[in-house]
Design a protein around this ligand. Structure first.
Ligand SMILES: O=C(O)[C@H]1O[C@H](OP(=O)(O)OP(=O)(O)OC[C@H]2O[C@@H](n3ccc(=O)[nH]c3=O)[C@H](O)[C@@H]2O)[C@H](O)[C@@H](O)[C@@H]1O
Length: 365
């Protein structure tokens, strides 16, 4: 066979452990979730644990995740929690891997950009290495951020994106000057988005290279802005910020210009989409998101109306490279997964409000 033919035909997947087909082997599905103590990960754990045939193993370093999110499962015979950083190899026996591990909020992933890129690159390599060794299927949660500041709207999976690979240099210089004046580093300001955007783009490349070169069964989801109960209260993302501010009676901080748009997906819809993708035959990438699109001013108005009509909004500075618009084209998800979101923003926000009220100790009026 010619070399080019060899390269173009993907290898068959590696065989799972022989024990899996053994007559006396307990045939539970062992599922690893990296980042399973986080916001989306912990909701995925809840759903997977509903099936008595599933054993769920969570690996998390608790940088943004928390044991609190999993407290109802700790001690359960089908559940295991490992403190583990995916930048180190993990040697366990599993059938499926949901690879979610990576901070997703800009203030957290910009805090230590080198670590963020290591998590996306080395972390994904380690998860793929594990998938190869044990013959597991692996799903990567990629992101709508791979489209950068998109020049096509809405964004289909075929769009290659418009990402700034080095972040904003001018902004960096300004920050350095202000540093020398004030002797104070604001790590969140210095940070730029590229560590996350480009990190996830490399992670997608690695997934496809392992698929073509080693026959690994891969699935890639491109997640669009997700919200719901258990988001970190000081997570820094817009929905959690607005809800927390509304409950604390603080002005809603709309970052300029306020006309930028996002499309918000409720977490139960997201988990449903991820599980359908894992169980289906399509590798992806597939957009999973809610196409309902809102400007940040509209979002602020909605939060105000639903939670606290007496609060004000204030315009504040934005961070560099903030995408001006974002809305998923979900034609592919509808066709190949039979999936579309069910929860509208006006239905999801009150569910999140309830959770935030409990955690902030703000009773309902
Ligand atoms: O929530 C998510 O799923 C996504 O969050 C971030 O993406 P981003 O769209 O920038 O999310 P936010 O930080 O929530 O910002 C959304 C918009 O709200 C604005 N914003 C944010 C915070 C705030 O207090 N006020 C405000 O107006 C931002 O300027 C931005 O235009 C991550 O970079 C994505 O990878 C992740 O998938």
């Amino acid at each position: 066979m010619a070399t080019s033919e060899k390269q173009s035909s993907p290898k068959p997947p590696p065989s799972p452990s022989p024990l899996r087909n053994s007559k006396f082997f307990q045939s539970n599905m062992r599922i690893l979730i990296s980042g399973g103590a986080g916001f989306i990960g912990s909701h995925l754990v809840d759903k997977l644990m509903e099936n008595e045939k599933n054993e769920v193993i969570v690996a998390d370093n608790y940088f943004t995740g928390s044991k609190d999110n999993l407290k109802k499962w700790i001690g359960h015979p089908r559940f295991e929690l490992i403190r583990h950083d995916v930048t180190e190899p993990l040697l366990i026996e599993v059938d499926q891997i949901y690879h979610l591990a990576c901070p997703a909020s800009p203030i957290f992933y910009k805090y230590n950009p080198v670590k963020t890129i290591k998590t996306n690159v080395i972390g994904t390599l380690n998860m793929l290495g594990l998938a190869k060794r044990v013959g597991a299927r692996i799903l990567l949660t990629s992101t709508s951020e791979v489209y950068g500041d998109p020049l096509i709207h809405p964004q289909p999976e075929s769009y290659w994106g418009n990402v700034n690979p080095i972040g904003s240099f001018i902004h960096f210089i300004i920050t350095c000057v202000s540093f020398s004046l004030s002797y104070k580093v604001d790590a969140m300001i210095i940070g730029v988005r590229s560590c996350y955007d480009e990190g996830k783009r490399v992670a997608e490349t690695l997934m496809f290279d392992y698929h073509r070169q080693h026959g690994i069964e891969i699935r890639i989801a491109r997640i669009f802005n997700t919200y719901g109960p258990r988001m970190n209260i000081d997570d820094g993302r817009v929905v959690s910020n607005f809800i927390a501010q509304a409950l604390r009676g603080e002005a809603l901080t709309v970052q300029k210009p306020g006309t930028q748009t996002r499309s918000f997906c409720y977490v139960s819809d997201m988990v449903d989409g991820l599980m359908r993708l894992m169980e289906g035959d399509e590798t992806g990438p597939i957009n999973i998101g809610n196409p309902g699109e809102f400007t940040m001013v509209e979002l602020a108005e909605t939060v105000k109306e639903l939670i606290n009509p007496s609060i004000e909004t204030k315009m504040v500075e934005n961070t560099p490279d903030d995408p001006r618009q974002r809305k998923p084209d979900i034609t592919k998800a509808k066709e190949v997964l039979g999936w579309e979101p069910k929860v509208k923003l006006r239905e999801g926000l009150p569910l999140m409000e309830e959770d935030f009220r409990l955690r902030l100790g703000v009773p309902k009026k």
